[in-house]
Design a protein around this ligand. Sequence first.
Ligand code: GDP
Ligand code: IMO
Ligand code: MG
Length: 452
Amino acid sequence: MTVTIVGSQLGDEGKGALVDRWGGDADVVVRYQGGDNAGHTVVEDGTEYKLSLVPSGAVRDKIGVLGNGCVVNPRTLFDELDDLREQGLDPDVRIARRAHVIMPYHRVLDGVEEETKADDESGQEVGTTGRGIGPTYEDKAGRRGVRIADLLDPDALRERLSYVVPQKRALAEEVYGLDVSTGEHASAFDVDHLVAEYGQHGARMAEEDMTVNCSDFLHERRQAGDDLLYEGAQGTMIDVDHGNFPFVTSSNPTAGGAAVGSGVGPTVVGQGEVVGIVKAYLSRVGSGPLPTELDGTDREEELADYIREKGGEFGTVTGRPRRIGWLDVPMLRHAARVSGFTGIAVNHVDVLAGLDELKVCHAYELDGERIETVPATTEEWARCEPVFREFEPWSEDADWDAAVAEGGDALPDETQAYLTYLAEELDTEVYAVGVGPDRAETVELANPFDRL
Ligand code: GDP
Ligand code: IMO
Ligand code: MG
């Protein structure tokens, strides 16, 4: 059976921590979208692991699969694998032959397009991670991408690159005015250089027996009785279809992506559990609206600084300070519907301890009308005024260890009231409550693998 972990908000909800937690009960952990734009943190007995492309099940010694829906940068993948091996792990990672490859020119184009948007005053810069994600998915949809299988076949690789590189060169030079004949970007647009380097990456993948026909591989594992844990990256509001376009990533982090991005049928994913990971407040890296953002007054900015420092809200991938806001329940209603949550995990409850006020956005006012979910356009979302509900904050002295040991009833009454409200609004169940970054700092109310 399958358990699918999905980010409910804007990424960085603590998905890695729960994948690690429940990964102990899975046999295979599968990433189905995104690439090295993800930054997932696992803390085991005080040791922190930063994972980007390697599925978080690596810390549990589980097989990790990068599904066909992922975009894979072999350079950063091998660097990450080497770093994790130095940290004492031995990740077993399989890569779908159908997955697309992030080439050096994709990263250059991601950077220069963002710069161009930033120079234009209309404010269209997305604030991407600069990893080449968007340009790689563009080439996939445009049927000019390079796939992992092509890295294993030097003739196919040369053929694809000979077609696409001149186009990329023209785009870089003629649209963006970049000099790519000499200097730092030259090798990114040089077919011979790319064929040589990426052929070597392919040879290393073949040598380490890393590539798979993903659908067949997962089918065989399931036939043998294995349980799959799907690790969504990013989050619902930055889903290219269901998020606040255009301030989104270029893939589908929502649960439907798990089927398409791995070659396992939607009936299988749908018979499993789908757990939405919720941060007890909001954080966002990158541009775009955020109706509940704490940035209006000095007092709000002070509160945001406090939460940012206490929650360590600085991007795992880019180190950028994350923007902070109150929990947004219309956003969660949207996420729960899009992915069909069977349960949620609410993280970072400890970070909110000791505040002197605690608000939750229950609904929005949009052009004089009250709405309870997210409108379809970013322009409308930007006009949404939050309708807040006040909650009693819980004390800084809350005894989280007791809750970890004894269960949900030992959580502070105020925290329980917050969680009960959320479960009712989303018509779902709370499976876990995060009270700290470590694997042990989770109050587990239900394990989704026990529900299957
Ligand atoms: P992901 O991208 O969703 O996997 O999340 P990130 O790893 O980017 O960001 C979450 C951060 O919060 C990491 O530093 C985690 O170690 C940490 N974290 C996860 N759960 C909790 C929690 O319940 N409380 C606190 N204080 N930190 C948490
Ligand atoms: P995890 O898996 C938070 C954001 C970027 C930018 C937008 C597009 O750690 O939750 P991209 O580089 O994907 O084209 O950037 O999406 N973004 C994330 N924000 N967490 C992430 O991943 C993100 N991955 C991308 O900041 O706004
Ligand atoms: Mg992250």
